[in-house]
Design a protein. Structure first.
Length: 127
């Protein structure tokens, strides 16, 4: 089963890095990319991605605010907040909304573990 991943980061380099790792880990999966929360919400409605990787620090709304808005559209979507900001409050808020916190720089190992868990959850939900 192939999935579509929404990658949201205002840094083109960060999006390229995540896309490269995603392609290496799950070559059959597709991706859609956004540079900010507004673009991400439009893509979430339009493309109906299965999984979201959201940067925490972005202009406008942060990744946690965006995650809450995505939850309104797709309540069961696996979401990861990706950030170098390892403050306890941010990690706690990430957990409170049912998302996963992934530290930057994002390693292929950490991304792979999140994607494997997300795929398992999605497959179980579709049975």
């Amino acid at each position: 089963m192939n999935f579509t991943v929404l990658i949201v980061d205002d840094s083109k380099l960060a999006r390229m890095s995540v896309a490269k790792s995603l392609s290496a880990l799950q070559p059959g999966w597709s991706r859609v990319e956004a540079t900010n929360a507004d673009e991400a919400l439009a893509l979430a409605r339009q493309s109906a991605p299965d999984i979201a990787l959201l940067d925490f620090n972005m202009p406008g709304r942060d990744g946690l605010s965006l995650a809450g808005e995505i939850r309104n559209i797709a309540p069961d979507m696996p979401i990861a907040i990706v950030s170098a900001n390892l403050q306890t409050e941010i990690v706690s808020r990430t957990n409170e909304i049912g998302a996963t916190f992934l530290a930057k720089p994002l390693t292929e190992e950490a991304l792979g573990a999140f994607l494997a868990d997300a795929a398992q959850r999605l497959r179980s939900a579709s049975r």
